[in-house]
Design a protein around this ligand. Sequence first.
Ligand code: 5GP
Ligand code: MN
Length: 344
Amino acid sequence: MEALAKFKKELSSPKKIFITTHVKPDADALGSSLGLANYLIKKGHDVSVVTPTDYPYFLTWMKGNDEVLDFSKASDKPLATAKLEEAEMIFCLDFSVLNRVNELGEMIRKSKAFVVNIDHHQDPEDFADFRFWSTKAAATCELVYELIVEMGDKSLIDKEIAECLYAGIMTDTGGFRHPNTTKNVHLVVAELIDIGADSAQISNLIYDSNSVNRLKFIGFAITRRLVVREDLHTAYFVISKKDLKKYQSQTGDTEGLVNYALSLDGIKLAALFSEREDGIKISFRSSSDVAVNKFAASYFSGGGHKNAAGGKSTQSLKDTVERFESLVTQCQEELFHSESVTVD
Ligand code: 5GP
Ligand code: MN
């Protein structure tokens, strides 16, 4: 049977459904998960949303937030595990490789449930029974919208679902500024606004909810922790564990910081190195003609999209940054004068 038909058949009777998304969920990850969850609940399914880690405070307004289980929290883990074990369907949203969900990855791989992957990242791993996947989509929320329409259920999208989906599309397009802001993005967003999503309010909730500490932290990072290498068309932030502690950094506080480095005139590659408990987390951003996902995959165990990717390093902060600079120096030709970066 065709995969889509099989998927529709699976959903034709009430199911126990487990929805998860990538570590440190952003608005697209959480918005697609909760948008889908609210829709599936309306269809009569028993739905649980489990995130592998916590997520930023500026996303907690979404409908269904209070029921989300955080697998990294000791108090949520037993129930989250039970929900995964009893699930008949598992939805994996906004990621395509199982190592993006920590421990949950292997549990999903071993599960007998019908696994669905809805995503827009490149190079997906083959773990799903049904994949609704397109790298042309700006956001997983755009795909969730299209899947609901494909199911013939557009009329079930209410204001709350529209708000969840709008949030993900807004942030994954960088507020409708990145090259992924297609005609389809505008068409989908127009429908979501028509259904009741309040664009100004959502923008306010996500972009204008800074704490004083966060704003001071951004100021500190820009004045003291920004390295500009005009000769390499590159600028990057280096944030230590001590810096994060000093500004009482919360999950989400570094989000968007890397864009300030990319906003510099003449800068085509931007990075943010932040020292976390489990190693160095790296965010990469690039101008439209530079592919940063292949660079992240080749050298920093990561991946993502052409102009927005991430990775990690187990070296010290200093060694990671030194390695980065020398790689950028070596890869000048590939990074800035051709379509892609080749793997060593
Ligand atoms: P961010 O810098 O906002 O954390 O991530 C930018 C983009 O790269 C997002 O689409 C995110 O899902 C992806 N990404 C971040 N870190 C990783 C990683 O370690 N592996 C992969 N495959 N993708 C990542
Ligand atoms: Mn996304």
